[in-house]
Design a protein around this ligand. Structure first.
Ligand SMILES: [Zn+2]
Length: 405
């Protein structure tokens, strides 16, 4: 008897609450009505659809005539709009504008979060190196429900000895590994701190001086620590040697293309494919690193060529822009540049199913029953123009609207 009473109690409470507040939506109970849904990049769209969300999960997706909307649900009118899964940005930094995030007031952080991430549809992001304590504070405030924002995953940076990149402040203390043992210790410390991955500077940019590369043995030591815990390793490669040492050391993700090298070699492409290495193109970044527009155009074209060469060999592509380091928050240009190398459905895959599969976040990436309610409502169809992936009306994470109405 006691058992039955206990089991019924939440049901009764829910019923009482529903009676007491008939107009208010039960938390997380959301119905997106009338839009065109792309359940995944590979499936046919469902027009005039309903996406029903309860307790942070998608509980139904179907034609409007086939899905009944509970009276308690908050209805979002999506007529004329397009619904896709929440986007991943697999290369961001919480640097510029995120100083002292432990104490900064929420009303200062929230507009910046929108401007940089949520208004572009991002529901999951990888911070590839910032002050870890600062990003941990942002993550805590988001997860406490205090600051609307994406799920944040974090990688800890390791630099080669005497490889302090010229674009980082000289006074900043950076973890430089001179030996495999040092890299091992640094990687262990990061994972103990609660970080989700490691990022190695297998090539550090030194301005007029030659790039400083990380030895393969040091790469391998950090990779072994991360892989033993099931964590991924990213690399900032900078040049060809940086790519080759990263691949030889077993790194999982190239966090940039290497446009100054022009192209990957056939051997590099074969090895990337064989090792299931993922590539984050960061093409917009190449428009921001040099003054001369002709040089920038050449870098961008080389980046597009590299992306195309790996994509055409069925390489894994992950979307990422390096925002927070660079300040072109608008994703339109990245979509346009990626669209030169691959069809729009594959660009959508780089934002959704590819990172979900690669990082084993299998409850995200699709608009299907049972998945997390991470959703983006677009004002226009990406099938007609890939740049429409940047026309975000509304971003929803775990059933909560974190941007838009
Ligand atoms: Zn970066």
């Amino acid at each position: 008897m006691t058992y039955i009473t206990k089991a019924l109690l939440p049901v009764l409470l829910a019923a009482i609450l529903a009676l007491a507040t008939p107009a208010a939506a039960v938390d997380g109970d959301l119905a997106l009505v009338g839009g065109k849904v792309y359940p995944s990049p590979t499936s046919q769209p469902v027009s005039d659809a309903v996406v029903l969300v309860q307790a942070g999960k998608i509980v139904a997706v179907g034609k409007r005539a086939e899905v009944s909307v509970p009276k308690s649900a908050q209805v979002v009118n999506c007529w004329g709009k397009v619904i896709v899964a929440g986007f991943w940005n697999s290369h961001v930094h919480f640097e510029t504008g995120w100083e002292d995030s432990t104490h900064a007031p929420t009303d200062k952080l929230e507009p910046h979060m929108q401007e940089m991430l949520t208004r572009w549809g991002f529901t999951t992001v990888w911070d590839l190196g910032s002050d870890p304590q600062n990003t941990l504070a942002i993550r805590r405030r988001i997860e406490a429900g205090e600051l609307p924002g994406p799920k944040i995953l974090m990688a800890g940076d390791i630099f080669p000895k005497n490889g302090h990149p010229v674009y980082l402040p000289a006074e900043l203390q950076l973890p430089e590994a001179a030996t495999p043992e040092e890299a091992e210790q640094m990687a262990q410390q990061y994972l103990k701190l609660g970080l989700d991955g490691i990022k190695l500077f297998t090539g550090a940019y030194m301005g007029n001086k030659p790039t400083v590369n990380m030895d393969t043995a040091i790469v391998r030591a950090a990779v072994d620590v991360a892989h033993a815990k099931g964590k991924p390793v990213f690399t900032h490669p900078q040049n060809r040697t940086g790519v080759d040492n990263a691949l030889a050391g077993g790194v999982d993700i190239l966090a940039h293309t290497i446009p100054t090298e022009g192209q990957y070699t056939p051997e590099e492409l074969a090895r990337m494919q064989q090792q299931h290495t993922a590539l984050i193109p960061t093409l917009t970044l190449w428009t921001t690193v040099v003054q001369d527009p002709l040089v920038a155009d050449r870098l961008v074209q080389a980046g597009v060529d590299e992306l195309q060469s790996y994509f055409s060999q069925n390489g894994i592509i992950l979307f990422g822009t390096d925002v927070g380091f660079q300040s072109k928050y608008d994703t339109t240009q990245e979509f346009e540049l990626m669209g030169r190398a691959m069809p729009w459905r594959d660009v959508l895959a780089s934002l959704t199913i590819n990172p979900a599969a690669f990082f084993k976040a299998t409850s995200t990436g699709r608009v299907e029953k049972g998945m997390d309610a991470d959703l983006v409502v677009l004002n226009a169809d990406p099938a007609t123009d890939v740049r429409n992936l940047a026309k975000v009306a509304c971003t929803i994470r775990a059933g909560k609207i974190i941007y838009g109405k």
